[in-house]
Design a protein around this ligand. Structure first.
Ligand code: NAP
Length: 226
């Protein structure tokens, strides 16, 4: 059975990814930075192993990569993300908070992908999917939200470069938008639930082909402008 490593798998979209991939008979390595979140994962049916992984902590990433040395990973889902402070008006930009958002949303996916490149090379799938956001689309920007938007635009650019660099090895690197989802981040008024979002995203992931390398897709399969 193929193996997926999911970051930020203790709640929200990450937990739903773990549930749906386990139900589809994948071996799931479910990253949690807060080990108390492993309980929800232990209750899932299927082959789910919670693993400690803080994507903003280089040591945590390196320790897990070393612990899993020799393990083949077919798919990496860079799901972990933070929004940062909601109200950051011009004139009062919180630069340390911005650095924190970039550390998780931009550096995190690169850090994890780089650390697990050999595991991915050992796998047959060679897929890296990063949960970005439509808010990172420069083509669709409507202003404001500097911290979050820039972190997602930046991770889009990084993943696009990675897609070019790894295309020759048969990798497919994609970034995806989950929709506006009722999680802690999306809030109770969001448009869809995690099950609907991940059902769509899993379909997009299952259907990825080399022609999709470097693409930016919505959960409903639509291509999003950069
Ligand atoms: N919900 C939406 O409407 C929406 C829309 C567009 C994009 N997204 C993106 O979708 C992804 C998942 O979001 P969500 O809605 O599920 O958010 P969420 O409910 O707030 O969950 C965020 C997840 O990321 C984890 N995380 C945060 N910082 C981390 C770190 N340093 N290392 C490891 N894990 C970390 C959290 O772990 P802890 O439990 O330890 O905090 C949690 O599991 C994010 O990348 C987000 O930007 C969401």
């Amino acid at each position: 059975m193929p193996t997926v490593l999911i970051t930020g798998a203790g709640r929200g979209l990450g937990l739903e990814f773990a549930r749906q991939f386990a139900a589809a008979d994948w071996t799931v390595l479910a990253g949690v930075r807060d080990d108390s979140k492993a309980e929800a994962l232990m209750r899932l049916d299927g082959d789910v192993t919670p693993v400690h992984l803080d994507v903003a902590d280089p040591a945590s990433v390196a320790i897990l990569a070393e612990r899993l040395s020799g393990v083949a990973i077919d798919l990496l889902i860079n799901n972990a993300g933070i929004f940062g402070p909601r109200e950051v008006p011009l004139g009062a930009i919180d630069y340390p908070a911005w650095q924190g958002v970039l550390d998780v949303n931009l550096l995190g996916p690169m850090r994890v992908t780089e650390a697990f490149l050999e595991h991915l090379r050992n796998g047959e799938g060679r897929r890296v999917v990063t949960v970005s956001s439509r808010m990172g689309s420069i083509g669709e920007t409507s202003g404001g939200l500097y911290l979050y938007r820039s972190s997602k635009a930046a991770v889009n650019a990084a993943m696009r470069s990675l897609a070019m660099d790894l295309a020759g090895e048969g990798f497919v690197i994609a970034v995806v938008h989950p929709g506006w989802v009722r999680t802690d981040m999306g809030g109770p008024g969001a448009a869809i639930d995690a099950k609907e979002s991940v059902t769509g995203l899993k379909r997009v992931i299952d259907e990825l082909t080399p022609a999709d390398n470097g693409g930016f897709f919505s959960h409903d399969g639509e291509t999003i402008p950069w």
